[in-house]
Design a protein around this ligand. Structure first.
Ligand SMILES: Nc1nc2c(ncn2[C@@H]2O[C@H](COP(=O)(O)OP(=O)(O)OP(=O)(O)O)[C@@H](O)[C@H]2O)c(=O)[nH]1
Ligand SMILES: [Mg+2]
Length: 456
């Protein structure tokens, strides 16, 4: 039976060369009669499909499947976990929706503060370089001072929001600071107490409502700042770099500042909340005729967090590695000399060689393709950051093929367990595209389960 994989089953033809857009196998459902005109390979594949349906039906209340999501910080692991939640238990995401309001506010305020600090810095530098009245845009500077004055009340609320989110764990208020979660997903988002409890606490309610009110009064100033020629200029020249969530929420500030604002699915997928530790989510997966439990482990990806991963490896059925291929021009925050792509490649190689994971199905998501596309369209050259890219064309197709082949060879070099690596190109903030990837991952996992149980 194990040779079924070598024969490239119908849905995974091409040994993992599948883009998310082309992969649309949904949860197994119903049965269909054998087609007398089918080829032998087709019949084998159909027989597996039938077994998958039977296995899914037989698993009512049965075996738990454990999936671990690995990858460097900010690659999109928690976003993938939310997409799993959306696909299998969207009602739980709906229930969580209001709780994300405080995080959206915090992300937005952090972006505003980052811009204000950057402009302050730029004006101070300009004065140092050019004695007044140098080539400085005096009009812009006056406008900036007015906006800054109007925005200071909002900016001053950031620390009270992050204090609520971190449940009293100290928060570093520097530019690179980020929010973080320590326990069970959103329900145990912020430390030892469930988020619901925290949000019911008078201090959290006061902080969130206060931020909402001040945001409502600051919309004009935020829009003026975000649209200002200097800010747009700094973004174009890339002197100012914001987190993805920051740019997104700044563009949506009018909607977010409404008094009855409740985060949408898009907002929930866009928020940035750093994961600390390993967060376990249990999701009931319904397939034809049965429900079984998937445990999904979402890990923190910064260097200091990685040592904690291995203790979760031994009972894992599938490993999903998320690599942000848009990050070719970025370096690790913890180690500014290490290019993010190079870190991802090394990490994948190490993980593939880990004997604790030898029975795990491997899936690789080359993520943030939407951002990669935008960067290439803006003329950012990959070869300026990755020398081995050489004279290749700087377009989306060539770039994704280049990254795909490098990740595949990182896997091949260290793979001693003869596992296939299933690869998908993804943009994990895109619901439709990601849902087809999740359906395919489900199919992969159940297929493996069927093959293994037939071998026993
Ligand atoms: N535009 C875009 N943004 C993405 C994509 N995937 C994730 N993001 C955003 O990237 C940010 C980081 O994503 P997370 O899921 O928090 O990253 P993570 O891997 O869990 O990071 P750690 O918890 O620090 O290890 C969030 O703001 C996401 O909304 C994508 O494909 N496209
Ligand atoms: Mg995370």
């Amino acid at each position: 039976m194990s040779s079924y994989f070598a024969r490239a089953p119908r849905r995974f033809a091409g040994g993992g060369k599948q883009a998310s857009s082309s992969c649309n196998s949904g949860p197994a459902s119903g049965s269909h009669p054998a087609d007398p005109t089918a080829t032998a390979a087709q019949r084998v594949s159909d027989s597996i499909d039938e077994d998958i349906r039977k296995a899914a039906a037989a698993q009512q209340g049965g075996a738990t499947q454990a999936i671990i999501i690995l990858g460097q910080a900010e690659s999109g692991k928690s976003t993938l976990q939310k997409q799993f939640q959306l696909y299998y238990a969207s009602q739980t995401l709906d229930a969580d929706r209001p709780s994300w309001r405080i995080v959206v506010y915090a992300n937005l305020i952090k972006a505003v503060r980052t811009i204000v600090e950057e402009l302050e810095y730029d004006f101070s530098q300009a004065y140092e370089e050019y004695p007044w009245p140098g080539p400085i845009d005096a009009g812009a500077e006056n406008e900036f001072h007015t906006l800054r004055r109007d925005l200071l009340p909002l900016i001053s609320l950031e620390s009270s929001l992050t204090a609520q989110l971190s449940d009293g764990i100290s928060f570093v208020g520097k530019r690179s600071a980020s929010l973080f979660t320590t326990k069970q997903g959103l329900t145990r988002l912020t430390g030892t107490r469930p988020l619901g409890v925290l949000l019911d606490a008078p201090a959290a309610v006061v902080a969130t409502n206060r931020a909402g009110q001040v945001l409502g009064m600051s919309v004009g100033a935020i829009e003026a700042l975000w649209g200002h020629r200097m800010v747009q200029g700094l973004l174009r020249t890339r002197k100012l770099r914001l987190e993805e969530s920051g740019s997104f929420f700044l563009g949506e500030v009018h909607r977010i500042a409404q008094p009855d604002y409740v985060p949408t699915t898009d907002d929930v997928l866009r928020v940035r909340l750093q994961t600390i530790g390993v967060v376990e989510h249990s999701i009931p997966v319904k397939t034809a005729g049965g429900t079984h439990l998937w445990k999904i482990y979402d890990v923190g990806g910064v260097l200091s967090q990685r040592a904690a991963w291995a203790s979760y490896f031994d009972d894992v059925n599938a490993l999903i590695f998320v690599a942000a291929i848009s990050a070719f021009d970025q370096y690790l925050e913890e180690d500014p000399l290490t290019n993010r792509i190079s870190d991802s490649l090394q990490l994948l190689a190490i993980i593939c060689a880990n004997p604790l994971l030898k029975n795990a199905q491997l899936v690789l998501l080359l993520n943030k393709t939407d951002i990669l596309r935008r960067k290439l369209e803006a003329g950012i050259q990959i070869r300026d950051y990755i020398i081995s890219y050489g004279s290749r064309t700087n377009n989306f197709y060539t770039a994704t093929e280049y990254f795909r082949s490098h990740f595949l060879s990182a896997h091949k070099k260290r793979e001693t367990f003869k596992r296939t690596l299933f690869v998908h190109l993804t943009s994990l903030v895109d619901v439709a595209g990601t849902q087809s990837v999740i359906a395919s991952v489900q199919d992969t996992i159940i297929r493996k389960h069927v093959v293994r149980s037939k071998l026993m």
